[in-house]
Design a protein around this ligand. Structure first.
Ligand code: NAD
Length: 296
């Protein structure tokens, strides 16, 4: 069993750290929230007072933080993780952050003699709790091989996406596609309804025809056809519209720096920004159907 550090014990990081504990690892935990630390300590973790303390005398540190500036802040500088850890420590950053920050922190880690992978996830809080997350990993073959046993504890599907930052690239590309396909599916249901077509009938036809996609078959944005979808639970998340907006903004930032043309991604970002402006960013992202219907 290994000694690990875990920093960022929120909705995702909390259950991920708990799964590492359940697997028998020794885990030092840190968060800005004392309650989040206490919840892990109750399950056998060692709570520490500063992020750097979680990086000392451990083989691996996992970070699960809100965004790029938090990651750069925690890793960098004279009082950051990279300065505090022993050379050769493995760092796994599972936060969803911009590609540029992921690559620059990984470069700094390498310069400091560390091994680092970016390993953003999909699967949401349910996946974090069940240990069934999908990890998209960017980094060297060695880094991937070292991270895999720990990722296996927290996830089910672990993909090596290539060099540093490529985990984040896979994540933003996938979520841009998801945002667009959810809007497209929603538009189809709104149009069908206005033209007098019952939602279940449209679902039965389209889910076996060429319009079929995950947003329809697994997460249908209208109540009825897919009983487990948030549409049947008043659009409680799930995956919130605010989190989708965050990922679409990251995708647009990445597209700009790569000079890629992503017009539907840009449109999706604008529509999810309207969800935010109307005060509905905590609604599930499939609630975009209500915006399109004029119900928000
Ligand atoms: P969260 O806001 O619930 O948790 C973030 C945690 O980080 C909080 O507990 C906060 O106190 C802590 N934190 C912030 N700054 C810190 C610092 N400097 N030092 C220590 N702790 C600090 O967020 P979350 O839902 O757990 O998401 C974490 C990451 O995972 C985000 O990048 C998010 O985009 C990504 N993600 C979330 C989901 C989801 O469904 N929630 C799904 C996939 C990916």
């Amino acid at each position: 069993m290994a000694k690990l550090g875990f920093i960022g014990l929120g909705n995702m990081g909390g259950p991920m750290a708990r799964n590492l504990l359940k697997a028998g690892h020794e885990v030092k935990v840190f968060d800005l929230s004392a309650d989040a630390i206490a919840a892990c300590v109750a399950l056998g973790a060692v709570g520490v007072e500063q992020a750097v303390d979680a990086a000392r005398d451990v083989e691996c540190v996992v970070t699960m933080l809100p965004a790029g500036p938090h990651v750069a802040g925690v890793y960098g500088g004279a009082d950051g993780l990279l300065a505090a850890a022993e050379k050769g420590t493995l760092f796994i950053d599972s936060s969803t952050i911009d590609v540029e920050t992921a690559r620059s922190v990984a470069r700094d880690a390498e310069t400091a003699g560390m091994v680092m992978v970016d390993a953003p996830v999909s699967g949401g809080v349910g996946g974090a709790e069940g240990g069934t997350l999908t990890f998209m990993v960017g980094g060297t073959e060695t880094g991937f091989a070292q991270a895999q046993p720990f990722l296996d504890v927290m996830g089910k599907n672990i993909f090596h996406a290539g060099a540093s930052g490529n985990g984040q690239v896979a994540k933003v590309c996938n979520n841009m596609l998801l945002g667009i396909s959810m809007i497209a599916t929603s538009e189809a249901f709104v149009l069908g309804e206005k033209l007098g077509l019952d939602a279940q009938t449209l679902f039965d036809i389209s889910s076996t025809a060429s319009g079929q996609c995950w947003s329809m078959t697994s997460y249908c944005p209208v109540p009825g056809p897919v009983p487990t979808s948030p549409a049947n639970n008043d659009y409680a998340p799930g995956f919130s519209a605010g989190m989708m907006l965050k990922d679409l903004r990251l995708a647009q930032g990445a597209a700009q720096s790569a000079k890629a043309s992503t017009p539907l991604g840009a449109m999706a970002e604008s529509l999810y920004a309207l969800m935010e402006q109307s005060g509905n960013d905590q609604m599930d992202f499939s609630g975009i159907v209500k915006l399109l219907k004029g119900d928000l």
